[in-house]
Design a protein around this ligand. Structure first.
Ligand SMILES: *[C@@H]1O[C@H](CO)[C@@H](O)[C@H](O)[C@H]1NC(C)=O
Ligand SMILES: *[C@@H]1O[C@H](CO)[C@@H](O)[C@H](O)[C@H]1NC(C)=O
Length: 300
């Protein structure tokens, strides 16, 4: 476990300039082959005056309004409107780059299931991972546990998976035992190190027809934790080829939520797009270490 804790530490120390810790947003890059070493994410953000803050935004979760003043944080620049999803459109997008070797480990289920995963056990967990109570890692763990414990919004099912096996079980539960499914994820086609820049949509976005989807976001934690959720409301999944100002090329996965009426008014997307729940579709890109599961027969 110490090794895990060290990796978690290193991951945050190397955060250059700005880092974040949040589920959806800070989704750091990790090319996820399912079998591979798991995901990563979160992070920690230094705000304008340099002190660290923890975001709890989640694309679909509620978050405290006290975070609203972070709406200028580049890490929130993943949201866009349905109208912007067209070839030739340009906008600033945040795609955090991470070093997979600094990412937390993916635990086998047998191991993960032996570690409590509950905010009631936080003190015990901090001791277990050797983090002091006031450390940024402690804050991240607390945030992750809290987000995992929030009740789903109406029409949503969610689960935090602490292993690949439990992520697959959740996904199978959503799609049904007989439905084969596959995964799509954002792929970086170049080695750009720029996290935040203007990207232009290079081709007409391709819709991945999926009657249902399960989105899994990596969370900030000493080992890989996926926040997975699926909503009954209508969502559309797209593959979007993006070209960055510095020559970066990203084959990005984006989802558009056509019905946001159940979302918290404090959702970060509403301040970025200057809209409100239910008023219009909200789309967002996924960072490379997030996984979107879709029924196989309908994908691509
Ligand atoms: C990116 O860098 C890695 C390691 O340096 C290299 O193997 C890979 O080919 C590079 N990819 C591109 C698209 O340049
Ligand atoms: C994107 O382009 C606009 C217009 O050229 C510029 O004002 C803005 O600073 C750019 N944003 C980023 C993140 O580079």
């Amino acid at each position: 476990m110490n090794k895990m804790a060290r990796t978690f530490n290193k991951g945050r120390n190397m955060a250059s300039g700005l880092a974040l810790w949040s589920p959806l947003l800070h989704l750091l890059v990790l090319v996820m082959c399912i079998q591979g070493t798991g995901g990563r994410k979160m992070s920690e953000t230094q705000d304008g005056d340099g002190h660290e803050t923890t975001h709890t935004e989640h694309a679909h979760a509620h978050h405290p309004s006290s975070h609203m003043h972070h709406h200028m944080d580049p890490s929130f620049m993943i949201f866009f409107t349905f109208e912007d999803l067209k070839e030739g459109k340009t906008r600033a997008i945040y795609f955090p780059k991470i070093n997979p070797s600094k990412s937390p480990h993916l635990l086998p289920r047998e191991e993960a299931d032996q570690i409590p995963f509950s905010s009631k056990q936080l003190l015990h967990l901090l001791h277990f991972f050797s983090f002091s109570q006031d450390s940024p890692q402690a804050k991240a763990m607390e945030d992750t546990l809290r987000q995992c414990e929030i009740e789903p919004i109406k029409g949503e099912i969610k689960s935090c998976a602490t292993s690949l096996e439990s992520m697959l079980d959740f996904t199978r539960g959503v799609f049904g035992l007989d439905t084969p499914f596959s995964v799509v994820a954002t792929t970086h086609l170049t080695n750009s190190t720029t996290n935040f820049q203007n990207y232009t949509i290079l081709e007409e976005p391709k819709e991945i027809l999926a009657p249902k989807m399960v989105a899994c976001h990596t969370m900030s934690y000493p080992y890989v934790v996926f926040y997975c959720h699926s909503q009954k409301s209508v969502n559309k999944v797209f593959k979007v080829l993006l070209g960055g100002e510095d020559g970066d090329r990203v084959e990005a996965v984006a989802v558009c939520h056509l019905d946001t009426s159940q979302w918290s008014p404090n959702h970060a997307s509403f301040s970025v797009l200057r809209t409100k729940p239910g008023a219009s579709a909200v789309c967002h890109f996924f960072p490379a270490d997030n996984l979107v599961w879709v029924p196989a027969s309908t994908s691509m």
